[in-house]
Design a protein around this ligand. Structure first.
Ligand code: GLU
Ligand code: ZN
Length: 315
């Protein structure tokens, strides 16, 4: 879909790398404990990988220390374990991979695919360039001494991709937000850069995640193209909302998943139903791993609803 884009860098991935094995992943940002919405993303991705005999990786996206309460990553890891969602291999930590992101950023800058931007939020607002960046700093490059963000160029063309759950998605460039941030003025790497680099470096072929991230996909595909990375397949599961229609998140005070042993199977059961999977009633009393095994064997991604699913409190 990004076929018309020019130019791109030489691939830094081995070209003869074996492509036989498929790889999925769960990539939480440790901004708080897992809630029911994040369990759905983890479970869907886990089942999708296990059902196809793929590897399933865990990557902690800890790139934003001010937003990460101490111990949150460990709590996420512990919760996944308690719910029986066991990953393969070592956990990847983005905070330990900054030199790689820095190197790739330099390559993008050198190739003219990214550029420095010193606009502050208030300047962007004044120029009405908050929603779609006006390329001010591409036309007026900041001085070498200026503290800058780094933006990637976003093409002036309609991009589209086919999501395994949501179908064909089209993104006219006028609604795209334009050139997007890879590195923030406060010195932090943006999610977009790290997620694309790591998915490629880890050989991820199948991305299953919440639909709140679906509109990030075209930007990620632009970067994949620039970096000569293969494009993974995407599946975006519906976002869960609370009874007032708000997305479950830390900001809407979604409760942390319970670790009470007697609540694990009922919570997994409810999560499977949200994903359109219908285990037989006798499995309500099953052990955790028995229920998960059923879900792996019977995994049907086409049964997942496209739309937002509402979660009633106490349901
Ligand atoms: N770290 C991101 C988040 O927790 C998810 C990244 C992804 O799945 O692409 O929202
Ligand atoms: Zn700028």
């Amino acid at each position: 879909m990004t076929g018309g884009l020019q130019p791109c860098l030489q691939s830094r991935l081995p070209q003869d790398a074996p492509t036989l094995s498929r790889i999925g992943r769960f990539a939480p940002s440790p901004t708080g404990p897992l809630h029911f919405g994040s369990l759905l993303a983890a479970l869907a991705s886990f089942l999708d990988s296990r059902a196809s005999g793929s590897r399933w990786l865990l990557r902690i996206e800890d790139l934003d220390p001010p937003r990460e309460p101490p111990g949150a990553a460990e709590q996420i890891i512990h919760t996944l374990d308690a719910y029986g969602l066991h990953w393969d291999g070592e956990i990847a930590w983005q905070s330990r991979r900054l030199p790689l992101y820095r190197e790739i950023l330099q390559q993008l800058l050198a190739a003219g695919l990214a550029y420095r931007c010193q606009c502050s939020r208030s300047e962007l607002k004044r120029r009405q360039a908050l929603l779609r960046y006006d390329r001010h700093c591409l036309q007026h490059p900041p001085s070498a001494a200026a503290t800058c963000a780094i933006r990637a160029r976003y093409p002036d063309q309609t991009l589209s991709f086919t999501d395994r759950i949501q179908g064909v998605r089209r993104y006219p460039s006028a609604q795209s937000g334009g050139d997007f941030i890879l590195f923030r003025r406060d010195g932090l790497f943006a999610y977009q850069l790290a997620v694309v680099v790591d998915d490629a470096e880890q050989g991820v072929t199948d991305i299953v995640r919440g639909a709140d991230l679906i509109d990030e996909t075209p930007r990620q595909q632009v970067l994949q193209h620039y970096l000569h990375y293969p494009q993974p397949d995407y599946a975006h599961i519906p976002v869960v909302t609370n009874s007032s229609g708000q997305k479950l998140s830390k900001q809407t005070f979604a409760p942390a998943l319970s670790l009470e042993p007697e609540l694990i199977v009922p919570t997994l059961w409810k999560a499977l139903h949200f994903l359109g999977q219908t285990p037989p009633p006798e499995l309500r009393a099953a052990r955790r791993d028995e229920l998960l095994q059923w879900a792996i064997t019977h995994w049907d991604i086409t049964a997942i609803a496209r739309q937002t699913a509402r979660c009633q409190e106490g349901e």
